[in-house]
Design a protein around this ligand. Structure first.
Ligand code: SF4
Ligand code: SF4
Length: 140
């Protein structure tokens, strides 16, 4: 199976070689979509992971046993072109730049491949143009 895994490293485990262990111990293939450490020394990594479902589950248990937050990234968001006025507010809360605005047209761009479904952008949108993808799929 293929999935996205989001990990958040507290400062005391930022240097733990998790990626190496994912390959060595659990035979997973991965692609790092995003990796950064903030000013509080908290690290985040977003992986595209491929491997046996049982191995992914075991890997998540292992990572959590190290004190690292680890979750499968849920569905992304849906942006209504009708409601969005390209104000850019949502881009300021999207830590992994799944939402961005750039020239020459200065239109909002959404990269679903990066989105981890954290929902941070939903409440900041003044026109309520953003909904969670799962919510949309359910027709709610
Ligand atoms: S839910 Fe919104 S803020 Fe979170 S990663 Fe996706 S686009 Fe960015
Ligand atoms: S905050 Fe809402 S209106 Fe503004 S760019 Fe983002 S989706 Fe569009």
């Amino acid at each position: 199976m293929k999935t996205k895994l989001f990990m958040k490293f507290p400062p005391n485990v930022t240097n733990t070689p998790v990626t190496y262990q994912l390959v060595k111990k659990f035979d997973l293939k991965f692609n790092i979509l995003k990796a950064e450490i903030d000013y509080n020394l908290i690290g985040i990594i977003l992986y595209d992971i491929e491997g046996k479902a049982g191995n992914i589950s075991d890997a998540m248990d292992y990572v959590r046993s190290l004190g690292i937050e680890c979750d499968m990234a849920p569905s992304g968001i849906v942006v209504s072109e009708t409601l969005c006025n390209d104000c850019g507010l949502c881009t300021s809360v999207c830590a992994i730049n799944a939402l961005s605005i750039s020239g020459p047209d200065w239109k909002l761009s959404y990269d679903a491949g990066k989105c981890i479904g954290c929902n941070q952008c939903i409440p900041v949108c003044p026109t309520r143009a953003i909904t969670h993808g799962l919510y949309e799929e359910l027709g709610a």
